[in-house]
Design a protein around this ligand. Structure first.
Ligand SMILES: [Zn+2]
Length: 218
């Protein structure tokens, strides 16, 4: 995100090093800091290419350490909230969890701009392998009460506030479906098939579905 001609905030550093290098080439010399929305590898692969502050929630950093990450770890962390003022604009980072333990959003109240990280996937099923479903749904409900003009999701195109509601409904439906499939005695393989068809999940993500089923409350 560009603050002005000379200042850019990098929000997540791409899914692999080549993409990280391409991002760095675009913004080199103008980076105020990097913000990691969360600990998943497809958001932090380019971290070690960036000099200067890397900000994340403390919970995200702890998860990165637990995964054995050594290079490019965040070096400026907050456990609840961090508010900065840059060029007259308030920039708020807030820890929520839900999608995974470390997830934090960035919000610019004056512009109504909300970077949700992977709390929102636009146009495809969300990755739910580390989900705390009740927390995730509650967070989306809360964010929908904020003054938001533009939602920048973790994956997919940006949109308006409707993305928050749509993601919330998808998660609620998924939880209800899994509970009802379980109650009617469906086995894991059958549930994978049903969920893949209903939520357009590709085979590479079937393991994610198996993890997600385990995280749906009984
Ligand atoms: Zn993620």
């Amino acid at each position: 995100m560009s603050i002005d001609d000379r200042s850019t905030i990098v929000i997540d550093t791409q899914a692999n090093e080549a993409q990280g290098r391409a991002l760095l080439a675009q913004v080199q010399g103008r980076v105020l800091f990097v913000f990691n929305t969360h600990e998943h590898g497809d958001h932090i692969a380019g971290n070690r290419l960036f000099a200067g502050p890397i900000i994340s929630s403390l919970q995200a950093k702890e998860a990165m350490l637990a995964e054995g990450m050594a290079d490019g770890l965040p070096n400026c962390c907050f456990s609840e909230q961090l508010r900065l003022q840059i060029a007259g604009e308030e920039i708020r980072m807030q820890h929520f969890g839900g999608h995974c333990p470390g997830l934090a959003i960035m919000y610019l109240p004056q512009s109504g701009l909300l970077f949700t990280g992977d709390l929102v996937f636009n146009g495809r099923a969300p990755w739910m392998g580390h989900a705390d479903f009740s927390r995730w749904i509650a967070v989306l409900e809360e964010l929908a009460t904020w003054d938001v003009q533009t939602v920048v999701p973790g994956h997919g195109c940006l949109g308006g506030k409707e993305l928050l509601l749509h993601q919330q409904e998808t998660l609620e439906n998924f939880v209800a479906d899994v509970q009802s499939w379980r109650n009617t005695g469906k086995g894991e393989a059958e549930m994978v098939e049903l969920a893949a068809a209903k939520y357009a999940v590709k085979p590479a993500w079937y393991d994610m579905l198996r993890l997600a089923f385990k995280r749906v409350p009984r």
